[in-house]
Design a protein around this ligand. Sequence first.
Ligand code: GRF
Length: 196
Amino acid sequence: MMRRIKTAVLISGNGSNLQAILDAAQAADYPACITLVISNKEEAYGLKRAENADVATVVIPHQHYENRESFDRMVDAALKNHGIELVVMAGFMRILSDWFVEQWAGKLINIHPSLLPKYKGLHTHQRALDAGDAEHGATVHWVTPELDSGEIIVQGSVAIEPGDTAETLQQRVHALEHQLYPAAVKKVATAMLARA
Ligand code: GRF
């Protein structure tokens, strides 16, 4: 059996990107194995998806922690306990401290619903519409201390159609994310295996 990169996915909600990665990881030649899902919300539907796929889950409710760094230290400890090599943020709605990001430098990736460097932060679909852009999309990038600013791993675009609303655009970008993210994890894990 080939070696696979032990991967954790961080979520806060529905976890449809998690599902896309879990599905892709079923392939015999997929270079990453999802062994842990961490959520900061116990009601996140993504936890059910993890359980259905027999993946270990950890819930770390952020409101139980005094500050960002004490929460991040719990996430860090859970990742280390599980021997995690790659951390994938998929709809994880917490900003991680510089301390955490530096701990996991080169092993931490995120997906953002815009054609970065355009529209860092929130409300990206509405902002693309308001700007009159012809296209919009999603970007998988390395996580660095500056929000949504790390080096790009893969990016994909969709055309903005007349009559699009933030909701219709979001739906098309979301479908694109489900293609992009498993491909990006594959690319990163393949490079990690080649280096090992
Ligand atoms: C995605 O749109 C992602 O780009 C954003 O949060 C959403 C997560 O959706 N950061 P899901 O939980 O994977 O369904």
